[in-house]
Design a protein around this ligand. Sequence first.
Ligand code: UT7
Length: 336
Amino acid sequence: MEISIIKGTGRYVPPRCVTNHDLTRWMDTSDEWIVQRTGIEQRYWVPEEGGVGVSDLGLEASKIALERAGWRAQDLDLIIFATLSPDLFFPGSGCLLADKLGLTTTPALDIRQQCTGFLYGMATADAYIRSGMAKRVLLVGAEVHSTGLDVSTRGRDVAVIFGDGAAAVCLELTESDAQEGVLASCLHADGSLAESLMTYAPASRDNPRISEKMLQEGKHYPVMDGRNIFKHAVRRLPEVAGEALEKAGLPLSAVDLFIPHQANMRINQGFAKALDLPEEKVYHNIQRYGNTTAASIPLAFDEAIEKGVIGPGSTVMFLGLGAGVTWGAVLYRFPA
Ligand code: UT7
């Protein structure tokens, strides 16, 4: 049977660490509020003067993942780049990354699924591999949020949450009859909730797409109905976890580690409580990175591997909910 196996992972965050205390210089907030409501203590942001795009962060993470897989960039059949903060409005950051890797013909596609970009990317990579369309896929989740946040008090509910970062995984076609590799993927979307978390401009439905007035109104900054997103996450995450387990024919106890999207520590604690999971089965690193959207799950995955929390034979569930709204889960088992 043809299956998809992860051969290497890597992560990269820019060196500028911004603590909750640092944020109080720009907006009316406090370390206490941020820690209590989200669990976040610090995040990493690209240099304030700019010049570092999301494909630059993706490149650093990709180099590590490729090296660990023992691959050269030329070995890739496909690049999938998940981000909501592309370097340019178009073309996609996957093309820019391919260029930075020295590739001139390798196909590259961008996934604009925000917090579930990695989950949609895993499902897409797996489908390409199992259908015979690709043997070696590089999947990157990366964000540069900091250059697009309203760091005044007006934007504080959103700005304190987001961090910059990137992570990458290398997926390869493998022949195996064991129950391993990508075991199940479940993806969902409900566009009726689009306005609960969005950045309005540049908007093709407006002419021009961006204007002085829009800039003054802050239409180019993300806005979020945090409570509504929170409510949907706490309902959908246990639901989709059950759906993925059913699809794979596995019990809840078969999962060694749940790696949820790092949006809010309270959401993930709510998820653990709903499924009655012991604390150590749900991975958290939001304290140190904030919410890195498409990068958050692979970043946590790479860290958990490095710490030895998971390894050969482990079964992992990736899951998340975010803008769209979109939500999903992917179940993966390392070869023994
Ligand atoms: O990854 C994408 C998916 N996103 C999520 O999953 C986010 C889900 N939602 C959340 O994580 C939470 O809703 C937030 C962390 C965004 C907000 O927490 P909350 O407990 O829902 O707070 P709230 O928005 O209801 O605001 C409570 C109060 C308000 O003041 P009043 O009206 O009660 O006087 C806000 O103005 O907290 C105020 N507030 C802040 N205070 C200090 C909002 N942001 C801040 C801030 N610092 N940064």
